[in-house]
Ligand binder design. Structure first.
Ligand code: ADP
Ligand code: MG
Length: 253
């Protein structure tokens, strides 16, 4: 589905990523772990066209993505969330999802939301679709759909970011530390949501950067370990957690 070959990213003298290759299969969940500064977010930024790799290639279903601007990458079917929230906090939950939907088409609905009155019919259609999507991701979010996103508890904001990314109907969903700022109960609920999302979309492929080892042990089919921009290991969690270098680099902390 998605692959990277020999990805290297330099920032001045810093090598944030060195010759990393990976593969993500259709319907697969790939976990990405590694200490702070290991290059995890950099990898997502390369895949989504926010960073141009110093060398290496990214492929989506046999098409090379290098050099394609990030908004076009969304329309090719890759959506993501960010490590720090990027919601429109003054807009409603529902409007945030509508915007996510139209980051795929870029069809003036941005305008419609900011200047009510234009494209009313299109907006009503989008709202109906966005409501269905919210219902499927989390009943709780759906019930809060008319609240301002900024008023939501932290866990619901993270959930809303996932709903917004899903609104573009991606083939590949990339999550950067979805459980950050959540307690154990919230993380359990998040895992249930992700399971439900996958069950409803068997073709969806995911990459999840995560620190919470309960989630890493439970959800991904395979886990890739990054350390200082290098790939240390790649395999099922039960295998990679036994590798001494992996334990030193991360799990032992
Ligand atoms: P992680 O997400 O694993 O914590 P990052 O991918 O954010 O790590 O960062 C990896 C390394 O690349 C760090 O040393 C970070 O400082 C550096 N880095 C990331 N983005 C930039 C940037 N835009 N400019 C300079 N250095 C960066
Ligand atoms: Mg990061």
């Amino acid at each position: 589905m998605l692959s990277g070959e020999g990805l290297t990213m330099r920032f001045g003298g810093i090598v944030a990523m060195a010759e990393v290759s990976f593969e993500l299969r259709r319907g697969e969940i790939l976990g990405i772990i590694g200490p702070n500064g290991a290059g995890k977010s950099t990898l997502l930024n390369i895949v989504t066209g926010i960073y141009r790799p110093s060398s290496g290639e990214v492929w989506l279903e046999g098409e090379r993505l290098n050099g394609i601007p990030s908004h076009r990458i969304v329309s090719r079917g890759i959506a993501r969330t960010f490590q720090s929230s990027r919601l429109f906090t003054d807009l409603s939950v529902l409007d945030n999802v509508i915007i996510g939907r139209h980051s795929r088409t870029r069809s003036g609905v941005f305008d419609a939301i900011f200047r009510r009155g234009r494209a009313d019919r299109e907006l009503a259609e989008s709202a109906a679709i966005a409501e269905e999507l919210l219902k499927g991701v989390s009943r709780d979010l759906f019930d809060q759909r008319h609240r301002a996103a900024g008023e939501l508890p932290q866990a619901d904001r993270r959930r809303l970011e996932i709903a917004r990314a899903l609104a573009s109907e991606p083939k590949v969903l990339l999550l950067d530390e979805p459980s950050s700022g959540m307690d154990d109960a919230d993380t359990d609920a998040l895992m249930d949501d992700i399971r439900a999302i996958c069950a409803a979309r068997p073709e969806l492929s995911m990459m999840i950067i995560e620190h919470d080892m309960r989630l890493v042990a439970a959800l991904p089919h395979r886990v890739m370990v990054l350390d200082y921009g290098q790939k240390l290991a790649d395999g099922p969690y039960e295998e990679i957690r036994r590798i001494p270098r992996v334990q030193e680099a991360y799990l032992g902390r």
